[in-house]
Design a protein around this ligand. Sequence first.
Ligand SMILES: Cc1ncc(COP(=O)(O)O)c(C=O)c1O
Length: 489
Amino acid sequence: MGGQPLYLAPRLGPRLRSVLESPGWLHTLTDALGSPLHVVLPDQVVENLDGFRTSYGRHQLSGQVFFAHKANRSSAVLRRLAATDAGVDVASLGELQHALGSGFAPDRIMVTGPKNLELLWLAARSAVTVGVDTPEELAQLAALVRTYKLARVRVLLRLSGFAATGVRVLSRRSRFGTPVRELAALLDLIERYGDAVDLTGVAYHVDTTSITEKVTALEGCLLALEECRSRGLRPRAVDVGGGFGVNYLADGGQWERYTTELTGAVLGTRPPLTWGGHRYGLRNENGTLRGTLGLYPAHRPVTGARYLDELLTHPAPSFGGRPLAELLLDCLYDLYAEPGRALLDQCGTTLAKVLEVRAPRDGGPLLVRLAAKADDVALEEHGVLMDPIVLPGNAAPCDTRAEPVAVHLFGSLCLETDLITRRTVFLPRRPEPGDLLAFANTAGYCMDFHATRAQDQPVARKVAVWQEGGAWRWCLDDEYWPISVGGAQ
Ligand SMILES: Cc1ncc(COP(=O)(O)O)c(C=O)c1O
């Protein structure tokens, strides 16, 4: 193989680990339902929700956690959450219909993102809360309410373009939300449409891992609420959006080592670590490393509910350095959050069968072709680098003399670009046709967000799995209702 293997082992929680420790069962499922196969663990999402609730409790904050539905289309996940006190954030007509049909009462649904007229109408008709993106959208919504004589719609104003006090840096540029400098004009409209809309809060979603940008945005929202109140409006919720993140890798040291070696490969001081010399955004300019590593920070010690904690305990420079949670509590504001990826942490795995293993004539990593397209396992699309787990296809005892191998993982399309990952992957032993590769932790955005029917290949099936009486049970995702699984509430 040449050199030490550079593993990036996935972080596995007890529930996901337990499923992956049932390889015979997973083989039976894929034999019956085809490869690739998505496996979701709806009970895990409830555990993750509890983590967010605990964080709210720690800061004595009330409010709601809205699952960002876009992260996974699973009915099982949605129906399982409907059986809790969670809310759901929907971003399309289909998602709103799905949420209503899964048992979410309208007061637990929020519509965000760009909206067409049909979505606005169904939102207003069914009395869900609307996160308004622009003044134009507000006018459209008010017109619908007036034309169809609907009840006043609860709205949150999504704001963007926040500026930190005393610093030149603005929060990330976004094409969503109304720039906060246009707040006054937006509030004029809220007053003008007072018969049609009821302002209940303000919101942001900044797509970044940076806590500083989020602090700036949250402070900006608190200032915006002050402005609302100075006009006699009474909004009481701040929606901090999503982006709490996931820690994908078990070992920070492996991540450090991998990124250092990748840098070396780009600079030419070690053999390549990718297919076709791909550089993940880095480049070598006369021996100097340039560019930005375009990868998700796969090992992140503070994510999910702990990241929310860190945000809430952060001092707010515009408010004399007081912690943000204290400011929210002082004003009795409700905290809304819309986690997608973080609520789906450890909630699923994608299985793909090995079809072919070939040694290239010129040496180098083995070429491994899978019965799956890159779009079925979209970890690479999201910049997440993480090793799959080999689930051997035969029942033969594990060969203790097995040697690590370097492989390139290809998809099933006849496209040069259909690579499951452009990274050279190191596996503890040579995979064989018939083995399964299990890609862990794919439930957030990496299962169905990018799914296609390219080359008329079927879209992966999805199954829901749960533990009952010490054994794993399964059903098709669409067949799952929490009532049928041993009394889960
Ligand atoms: C408005 C809004 N809320 C929440 C989310 C969820 O983000 P994440 O999955 O990173 O938590 C998104 C993601 O695009 C979003 O656009």
